[in-house]
Design a protein around this ligand. Structure first.
Ligand code: P6P
Length: 338
């Protein structure tokens, strides 16, 4: 496979397939540059005085880490001037951010979780930035929160950048999934894999086991069957992973398969789940589907869910197609055989 830069890959997507208009290509270049900037800050750690918590909470009521705020500011700043954006929405901000002084109004909406997995920052475990791009609805009448409330299947681009042993940007524009690793000497993201495929079967599941007593019956049944191993109804042994950084868990699944679950549980029964629909489940769900996997909330395809509010939460079951379908089947038909 040719080792080309992200920029050249995007130009080819624009020219060869006409799949992405120049404005979207430029927007993705700006997001990638912001991720490079965040990567440098993350890699400095304590040397950059960026660890620890800020004295603030985000809209989710979570204490913000300094790097959460830095990452958010980098993305806002970069896209304010460089992108073809009408507005942005972030996990770290209550409301939308309308790009000022734009005429004609930008045609894209950018949503992001600037630094997902921030509980791992101070212990040097992989974290990441997740982003999703929607088209601004037709009609030039200003932009408001309602313009963002589009189902995940309306996305025109989605991806993440994982800040781990390598800094790798993973992207789809609807033509499969490609991976680009940051070459620090060149300062550019270089194509390392395209047409990523998730194996339909797996022996590896990811869930926070400490919540077991709070799970709904279908999830408990599925995990119990995995734990029963060879002697159990699945007839094979399973392995378990939980990094508590969705970006790192999803990257592992895109790389070698697996199933990731953050299901509804009875700790906060009024919430459909912990993860956010607009800037975690939708971008990750589209990436997983584009790589041949599946993503549901236990009952329906995540990308079909019609959002009702910006910070809507959702139950997430995603990864190897046959396993996701099994867990979903257990929700829809609890009496179905293993
Ligand atoms: P828990 C990180 O805070 C996050 O939003 C996801 O990245 C991750 O999968 C999940 O929450 C971890 O949650 O309850 O295991 O700490």
């Amino acid at each position: 496979m040719k080792r080309i830069s992200l920029s050249r890959y995007l130009v080819e997507q624009q020219r060869v397939d006409g799949r992405i208009p120049p404005q979207l290509r430029l927007l993705l270049e700006v997001v990638a540059r912001a991720c490079k900037h965040i990567s440098h800050s993350v890699n400095k750690g304590a040397l950059g005085d960026v660890l620890g918590t800020a004295s603030s909470e985000n809209v989710q009521g979570e204490v913000q880490k300094k790097l959460d705020i830095i990452a958010n500011e980098v993305l806002i700043e970069a896209n304010e001037w460089g992108g073809h954006l009408a507005a942005m929405a972030s996990e770290e901000m209550e409301g939308i951010y309308v790009v000022p002084n734009r005429y004609p109004q930008g045609e894209y909406l950018l949503l992001f979780d600037p630094l997902d997995g921030s509980s791992n920052i101070d212990v040097n475990v992989s974290i990441g930035t997740i982003f999703s791009v929607l088209k601004m609805p037709e009609g030039d009448r200003g932009v408001d929160e309602g313009d963002f409330l589009q189902a995940g299947k309306q996305q025109v681009a989605a991806g993440y950048c994982v800040y781990g042993p390598q800094t790798t940007l993973v992207l789809t524009v609807g033509d499969g999934v490609a991976m680009f690793t940051l070459d620090r000497e060149q300062g550019s993201f270089v194509l390392v894999q395209e047409n990523v495929q998730i194996p339909a079967d797996t022996k590896e599941f990811a869930i926070n086991m400490s919540n077991m007593r709070h799970w709904d019956a279908p999830v408990k049944r599925y995990v119990d069957e995995c734990l029963a191993g060879k002697e159990g109804p699945r007839g094979k042994d399973f392995n378990m992973r939980w990094i508590a950084s969705m970006v790192a868990d999803v990257h592992r699944i895109l790389t070698r398969g697996g199933i990731f679950m953050y299901p509804w549980d009875k700790r906060e029964p009024e919430k459909p789940g912990k993860l956010r629909l607009m800037y975690e489940a939708n971008p990750m769900g589209w990436l997983v589907e584009q790589a041949g996997g599946a993503a549901t909330n236990g009952r329906e395809r995540i990308l079909d869910i019609q959002p009702t509010k910006l910070h809507e939460r959702v139950s997430v079951i995603l990864g190897s197609k046959n396993e996701v379908e099994r867990v979903t089947r257990y929700h829809l038909d609890p009496s179905s055989p293993a």
